[in-house]
Design a binder for this molecule. Structure first.
Ligand SMILES: [Zn+2]
Length: 601
């Protein structure tokens, strides 16, 4: 009976007909509503129909924003459709309450059907993408939709319209200071001529094993240049052999070629801040994700045998993308990510002792000693993001997997033992939930004296994050490096970086001395059919930096403010020298605001 009502509801939603009221009037569900005292007027029924239509669009919008399935132009189209539906917060709450009642019998399937139908009929995406995307995210979507209270669901769906309920995403804090912060000592530069370490860094590989040159690179799907796309109609449409600026990821031979080139050099260790799979996020199984992790590990062990890799998990490592349920939800459908953590830890075992991987198997994070005096900490900060919808319910966002509590403990022990630390995580923290990013920030402030650097990925660009002192906002306490990402997705060149650290010797400062970025100009590589990795810039030459301490970056920031031409060079490097356009003063001010933003929410 209820399913019968849903068929009409779908028809109403999809075709915008006005028959919904009469359907509802005769439906047992509505009679149930009457019994519990709900208003049964025509106006109310129409409101519910309208609200359900809008919810269908908003649910779809949430799904298609996962992992950026939507093109910019489509985002706008969907947003316009949502705005055109114009449903108030009260109407939304009523509609969600109705859908919650249906949850017991038929509601779960109906929500998915609505989203697919809206997606297809509104011509938001290709039907195949619509179906697969909605199915891919169904477990997580249904968990969050049916576990949020109606006011919470409506705030989630339309945050600008519906106020945040008081206990939704509660604020929280952990004790970041078991011991008082010791007085800061002046940082010491290594003695000139001391041994150095070379460290290879890359991130956001986004390797597409279905990459196919010559097919339509402008295919209308969220990811193109794939063997599922039709052949290009003309030369300008054709996917390039070595990569493509449009919505395409990296050909495996471009990834492998880069590693083969670099295999002639010695690196002390390799850092990787996550995201191996391609962006076909509407269709990725856990086996696909495990396969990509294994392929990447094979490449590293083949070209850099004996060189340890320290990696963080990206939001794209999970299936579906961004899905990082906290450990206490392991028994929910789709709530168990141990398949990912175990697969990653089994690969990391190549370089990291098993006893250091206990936390990796539990929550995707770990710490291990790189060498005497230098420790790496890999955080799984996918637990920081409201893109992992599981965290939106109850208090699941409160320090998921107790990771930050653990982080403070590790930092304290490192401080006690006189170690310096390198911190890896995937997401720049301004994209995190407020409390997570504040607790992280407070930990960085407390232990700034032992931090060599923070490394992030995710953005695909080459940028900084500056963590200013919370007691003295003009003093830079710690620097985060975002990227450079390897993938060209989208309208970027490909790049990797080599860091120079003080070397492995008794009395080493363990500090970072310089960084050099190498890039592949994709257009040139395709034209000449010859991928040539070129020197892009080094911090010492390009920015005149004596070392890579926070005070050096504080000075660089001052010079960015006074010298627009110096800033232009930074601006070009953001896209790995793809966008060589001029960044005027308001563009610069925006970028500087971005560099200084480290707290989310
Ligand atoms: Zn990412």
């Amino acid at each position: 009976m209820i399913n019968f009502a849903w068929i009409f509801l779908l028809i109403t939603i999809c075709h915008g007909s006005n028959d919904f009221s009469s359907v509802l009037r005769n439906d047992p569900m509505v009679r149930h509503f009457e019994k519990v005292g709900a208003d049964r007027s025509d106006a109310k029924e129409n409101i519910i129909a309208d609200a359900a239509r809008k919810i269908g669009h908003q649910v779809l919008s949430k799904i298609l924003h996962q992992g950026d399935i939507l093109h910019e132009s489509k985002k706008q189209l969907l947003q316009e459709k949502i705005e055109g539906l114009d449903v108030t917060c009260d109407e939304c709450i009523t509609a969600v309450s109705l859908l919650h009642v249906l949850n017991n019998d038929g509601g779960r399937g109906a929500i998915s059907k609505i989203a697919v139908q809206v997606c297809v009929l509104a011509k938001i995406e290709d039907k195949g993408v619509c179906n697969l995307a909605v199915n891919e995210f169904a477990d997580e979507l249904l968990f969050v939709f049916f576990h949020l209270k109606p006011e919470e669901a409506c705030h989630w769906l339309q945050p600008d319209l519906c106020p945040k309920p008081a206990d939704y995403l509660p604020d929280w804090s952990i004790n970041t200071s078991p011991k008082p912060k010791p007085p800061l000592k002046p940082r010491q530069r290594p003695t000139p001529g001391s041994p150095t370490s070379k460290v290879l860094f890359f991130t956001d590989m986004h390797m597409d094993i279905q990459y196919k040159p010559g097919v339509n690179a402008d295919c209308g799907e969220p990811l193109c240049c794939r063997d599922t796309n039709p052949p290009a109609a003309n030369a300008s449409q054709a996917a390039g052999k070595w990569g493509d600026y449009r919505n395409c990821d990296m050909p495996p031979w471009t990834v492998e070629g880069m590693m083969k080139n670099l295999s002639n050099y010695h690196f002390d260790f390799i850092l990787f801040t996550g995201d191996i799979p391609a962006h076909d996020v509407w269709n990725q199984t856990s086996n696909d994700q495990i396969d990509r992790n294994n392929r990447f590990t094979k490449l590293i062990t083949k070209y850099f045998p004996g060189t340890p890799l320290y990696a963080a998990l990206g939001n794209h490592a999970s299936s579906p993308v961004n899905s990082y349920p906290p450990p206490q939800l392991a028994n929910e459908p789709g709530g168990d990510v141990s398949w990912l953590y175990n697969a990653a830890a089994n690969n990391w075992r190549n370089w990291i002792p098993e006893q250091d991987l206990v936390t990796a198997r539990k929550g995707g994070f770990y710490t291990t000693l790189v060498r005497k005096g230098l420790r790496v900490i890999s955080l799984n900060n996918n637990y920081c993001s409201d893109d992992s919808w599981w965290l939106l319910v109850a208090n699941y966002s409160v320090d998921p997997a107790d990771q930050l509590k653990w982080f403070v403990g590790v930092m304290q022990k490192a401080e006690d033992e006189g170690e310096k630390v390198i911190i890896l995580s995937h997401r720049p923290t301004d994209g995190c939930l407020k409390s997570w990013s504040e607790n992280y920030y407070n930990t960085i402030m407390r232990y700034e004296g032992i931090i060599v650097a923070q490394f992030f990925g995710h953005a695909h660009t080459d940028e900084f994050k500056f963590f200013y002192d919370n007691q003295n906002s003009s003093r830079l306490a710690s620097v985060g490096f975002i990227g450079p990402g390897f993938t060209t997705y989208s309208y970027l060149n490909a790049a990797y970086r080599i860091y120079t650290f003080d070397g492995d010797y008794e009395g080493s400062t363990q500090s970072m001395i310089d960084a050099t970025t190498y890039y592949l100009d994709i257009e040139e590589a395709n034209k000449s059919d010859q991928p040539v990795w070129r020197h892009e810039y080094s911090f010492s030459q390009e920015y005149g930096m004596k070392s890579m301490f926070p005070e050096d970056f504080e000075d660089l920031m001052r010079r960015f403010g006074s010298d627009i031409n110096l800033f232009q060079r930074y601006h070009h490097h953001v896209t790995k020298d793809k966008d060589m356009g001029y960044c005027d003063e308001s563009c610069r001010d925006n970028a500087i605001r971005g560099i200084k933003k480290t707290i989310g929410g």
